[in-house]
Design a protein around this ligand. Structure first.
Ligand code: NDP
Length: 477
């Protein structure tokens, strides 16, 4: 075969990815379970470059130059396993199968193991940026072997988004590392979206501002530290008017946030690792709360509020306080996400370069933002940084913002406005910086009811107090 790379699964994501490769001068083998989509791609977009269409998997594999590289872009789950089996049947040792769909990383680890036994390279790759990104430059997070990246990497870097000429694609680490990092990216996205929504709600309640006015405020914010794709599109959504009713578009949308599951995966994994990702968790639960229809109905108008009435005297100062609180909460959410990446990388021996991670998220993906440069710089300054928040740039952000943050969270509480991520991020912040935590009492309780033992601040070893006897202390062996 002569094709440089193949793409199988030609729904919207796959065909855009294939077109992106073709536009970069690669000869692209294309295949889809039902041939219609293949024909359609070639008929409508043949002038993007050179496509080699195949009706059967066998012909598709045969059309690829060796070592072969086939990218799977099908519905995640059973479909992916089916396609992997079909490809593997016709491939030879040294060939590379890339799953660019949204697989859950434990599935990727399993698939990589199975294919390694056959001498095939399996690359689980996160791809972020939706349809638009797939066509014009996504952020790409490929896992798998280093060896496979030598062959595959240059092509992926070529088609990825670029920021300051630097590709938004880098080798992430073995087996599930790529899909893992994509999962945490999506978790962070949940937190970021919820934070922006809370900022909007605070401005609405605090100022009585209209959606469009808040859209203008966000547009201004987008010229500063908070510059990001999510702030930019939030401004656009808020300024949009519903053509049918003439009302603010955001006011005619049902207030129930849906989810496809990557936030949930992130939180489940964080619980397994024991990493506090309160921002992502609260954001995921906030979506669940919004969808708790019978509970909301039972509570609405029933639960007493005894809330104050918001009285903002200095409009500009209030807006700036919300901005600072948003920025501080956002830093916490990212710092937590990077803690999760650190923990998983250690547990799985992935050796993930955290600074590089922030670098490839600067473009192409949904959380792309100016602020990610700061994260890259922090890990460049201190590669072993134990806590992103503790980097000098971010301590300075906290120094400038924490007073406003306390003010906003307390005002929101007094006035009955929910701020799950603003408030929990502040609690996390105060917890992580605390001299001493009440965790000491938890240990006392655990030792009392379950003889779970404790350690002392003034002596080595593990101890238990004989609570139901004379309350003397025993040192454990
Ligand atoms: P879909 O997830 O809707 O999947 C449709 C494609 O999967 C079709 O090509 C279909 O073939 C194929 N397919 C489904 N089941 C099988 C099977 N058993 N055997 C062979 N082929 C099968 O397509 P999308 O383009 O929306 O998404 C593709 C992947 O990309 C998914 O994993 C999705 O999660 C991910 N994605 C990523 C996004 C991102 O931003 N990174 C955004 C959207 C999706 P047929 O035409 O024959 O039915």
């Amino acid at each position: 075969g002569t094709a440089d790379i193949g793409v199988t699964g030609l729904a919207v994501m796959g065909s855009n990815l294939a077109r992106n490769f073709a536009r970069h001068g690669y000869t692209v083998a294309v295949h889809n379970r039902s041939y219609g989509k293949t024909e359609k791609l070639v008929a409508e977009h043949g002038d993007d470059g050179t496509f080699v269409p195949s009706e059967s998997v066998e012909d598709f594999v045969a059309s690829l130059s060796k070592p072969r590289v086939a990218v799977i872009m099908v519905k995640a789950g059973a479909g992916t396993d089916a396609v992997i089996d079909q490809l593997a049947e016709h491939m030879e040792p040294g060939d590379i199968i890339v799953d660019a769909g949204n697989a859950h990383f434990p599935d990727t680890i399993r698939r990589e193991n199975a294919l390694r036994e056959k001498g095939l390279h399996f690359v689980g790759s996160g791809v972020s940026g939706g349809e638009e990104g797939a066509l014009n430059g996504p952020s790409i997070m490929p896992g798998g072997t280093r060896e496979s990246y030598d062959r595959l990497g240059p092509m992926l870097e070529d088609i990825s988004a670029k920021v300051d000429g630097v590709p938004c694609c880098t080798y992430i680490g073995p087996d599930g590392a790529g899909h893992f990092v994509k999962m945490v990216h999506n978790g962070i996205e949940y937190a970021d979206m919820q934070l922006i929504a809370e900022a909007y709600d605070l401005l609405r309640h605090g100022l009585g501002a209209s959606a469009a006015e808040i859209g203008d405020i966000f547009e201004e914010w987008n010229a500063g530290d908070l510059e990001s794709f999510l702030i930019e599109i939030s401004a656009e959504v808020l300024k949009h008017t519903d053509p049918q009713t003439g009302k603010a578009f955001v006011d005619i949308i049902l207030d129930r946030a849906e989810q496809k599951g990557t936030g949930r995966w992130t939180v489940q994994n964080a619980l397994d690792l024991g990493v506090p990702v309160t921002g992502i968790a609260e954001a995921t639960f906030a979506r669940a709360l919004s969808g708790s229809v019978p509970q909301r109905e039972a509570a609405r108008g029933t639960l007493p509020a005894h809330a104050g009435k918001w009285d903002v005297t200095d409009r500009d100062a209030f807006i700036e306080d919300v901005r600072l609180a948003l920025y501080a909460s956002k830093v916490v959410a990212y710092s937590q996400g990077f803690d999760q990446i650190t923990a998983a990388s250690e547990e799985n021996g992935w050796g993930i370069d955290r600074g590089a991670m922030a670098r490839i998220w600067r473009g192409g993906c949904i959380i792309r933002a100016r602020f990610l440069n700061r994260i890259t710089e922090a890990y460049e300054r201190t590669p072993e940084l134990p806590l992103l928040l503790a980097d000098e740039f971010f301590t300075d952000v906290m120094d400038k913002g924490v007073t406003a943050w306390r003010s906003i969270v307390s005002q929101a509480a007094l006035n009955g406005v929910p701020t799950p991520v603003f408030a929990s991020s502040l609690s996390y912040y105060d917890g992580i910086r605390a001299e001493r935590l009440p965790a000491a009492l938890i240990q006392g309780q655990r030792d009392f009811f379950g003889a779970h033992t404790y350690q002392r601040v003034d002596a080595e070893g593990t101890f238990h107090t004989l609570w139901s006897a004379d309350r003397s202390e025993e040192k454990q062996a």
